[in-house]
Write a protein that binds this ligand. Structure first.
Ligand code: GAP
Length: 457
């Protein structure tokens, strides 16, 4: 069992710095000093995030017969969040320190603050003078109408619009239990202590499934979803041995949940939650049925039974998974050349399906018009299918390294052999260099597209 307290701040610092240097992630509003807890994804970060969301959607919705997708509004009616319990109870207990004026979550004072902000009073020093815990509501409110008379909220989770549209989706799609509704989208929480880069943000994306089922099947399906979600993480490049399953004990789960598993990952700042798989019983449909005063029961044609479906909810954080992908992919490899000189190669070892750029395309010599023409043609052909990057600047070795650093799995080089200049049999072939092994092989230009498509999806 890995130790929760083992952290590697130096590694995390390098990752954050790479993210900014190469355009993965920037702080929102940085130009004006920064907006705490909000992040902008740059060109490579946006591609990575899109690859993750697309893969999740493909695996969760497109490749399953029993899950439908939806895309709900972010602005949420007050009544919805009153019924769900968020208006009254979605809060964190916080304490203030009168000495350093810091504010900390009361429930994880010891475990997190000391390690992450040693310069800030952690509530541990003898000088600390802590207030009693107070509840801080995490919801972000906004107002509608000419005089702002109508209250609405930025949704704190994507789940609520799924519960509220469950009946419409059931009736309009002729589905039968068990079936799920999936959604990917932004959620907002007024986190008091955003921290660990994008890990705890105020604006973030979730990838949620609400899986509706017969009450007898809830426990079994919770275990099945846990397995499905663990396989998903393996497929995208987060190995099973870096994931930890916390079977949340009685008393620590939400009062309506019969079972909750937290899937945690070994981040450089400690083992932390990526996703929750929760058996929420009929709590959600129950409170909305009561709050709206409209029936949400399901009628089973075969058994003639009428009942409120139960729900199993695998709820993943998109930004957290992107961060886990980057942390997992980051590697520094020491290379030794023929003269014994050592050099460090920084590589992001993304699975090709996640990599922001699938292939770099280079003419060996920028000044050779024919090489440039062929490389541009290859770029144009591949671009219709995947993200590629054309680069003719500087030595070839440096171009490879620039692509290694952002995780591009393949680099294609057009050289003199391609032109048929050094003997004819390599004419119309290019070298394809593998990021991880750094080995090169020659491939015919007309075979490049299928060769790559087989590997990058
Ligand atoms: N509908 C259930 C739900 O929202 P949650 O555990 O509060 O449950 C689910 O959130 C996932 O959303 C978490 O496992 C995490 O990955 C992500 N998440 C929650 N709060 C977050 C935050 N402040 N910043 C980034 N991701 C967050």
């Amino acid at each position: 069992m890995a130790n929760k307290d083992v952290t590697n701040p130096a590694r995390m610092e390098k990752i954050v710095s790479l993210c900014k240097r190469r355009g993965f992630i920037f702080q929102a509003g940085e130009l004006y000093g920064g907006l705490n807890g909000c992040w902008d994804y740059g060109p490579l970060g946006a591609e990575l995030k899109r690859n993750l969301k697309d893969y999740w959607w493909r695996k969760t919705v497109q490749e399953r017969d029993d899950v439908l997708g939806m895309d709900g509004a972010i602005l949420t009616m007050e009544q919805v969040l009153v019924s769900s319990g968020h208006v009254g109870g979605f809060s964190d207990p916080m304490v203030d320190c009168k000495t350093c004026k810091g504010r900390f979550r009361a429930d994880n004072l010891e475990t997190s603050q000391c390690r992450e902000k040693p310069s800030v009073c952690p509530g541990q020093s003898p000088k600390c003078e802590l207030t009693e815990p107070r509840q801080f509501n995490l919801m972000l409110q906004t107002n509608f109408g000419a005089t702002g008379e109508q209250i609405a909220y930025l949704r704190p989770e994507t789940a609520q619009s799924i519960f509220c549209q469950y009946k419409n989706i059931l009736d309009s799609n002729r589905v039968k239990l068990p079936f799920g509704i999936a959604q990917v989208g932004k959620s907002f929480r007024n986190e008091i202590n955003p921290r660990n880069f994008t890990f705890r943000s105020r604006e973030f994306e979730q990838m949620e499934i609400e899986y509706f089922c017969h009450p007898d099947d809830g426990m079994r399906l919770t275990d099945e979803w846990l397995e499905a979600r663990l396989s998903f993480y393996e497929e995208i490049g987060i190995p099973r041995e870096k994931l930890h399953i916390l079977d949340v004990p009685d008393g620590e789960r939400a009062f309506y949940s019969k079972k909750t598993y937290d899937i945690e990952y070994e981040f450089p700042f400690g083992i932390q939650e990526l996703e929750g798989v929760a058996y929420r019983t009929d709590y959600d449909l129950g409170v909305h049925q009561k709050g709206a005063g409209k029936p949400l029961e399901y009628f089973d044609e075969e058994t003639k039974q009428k009942f409120l479906p139960h729900v199993v909810e695998p709820s993943a954080g998109c930004d957290r998974t992107v961060l886990a992908l980057i942390c997992e992919a980051f590697d520094e490899e020491t290379l030794t050349d023929e003269k014994g000189k050592e050099d460090i190669r920084t590589v992001l070892r993304f699975k090709p399906a996640m990599a922001p750029i699938k292939a770099g395309v280079f003419p060996m010599l920028k000044k050779n018009d024919e090489q440039v023409r062929i490389a541009r043609d290859i770029q144009k052909t591949l671009q219709k299918w995947m993200t590629v990057f054309y680069d003719d600047g500087g030595a070839l070795g440096r171009r490879y390294r620039r692509q290694d650093e952002v995780g591009t799995p393949y680099c294609i080089t057009v050289d003199f052999e391609t032109l048929g200049e050094n003997g004819g049999d390599l004419k119309d072939t290019v070298t394809v260099r593998d990021r991880d092994s750094m080995e090169q092989e020659r491939i015919r230009i007309d075979a490049l597209l299928p060769w790559l498509l087989e590997r990058v999806r």
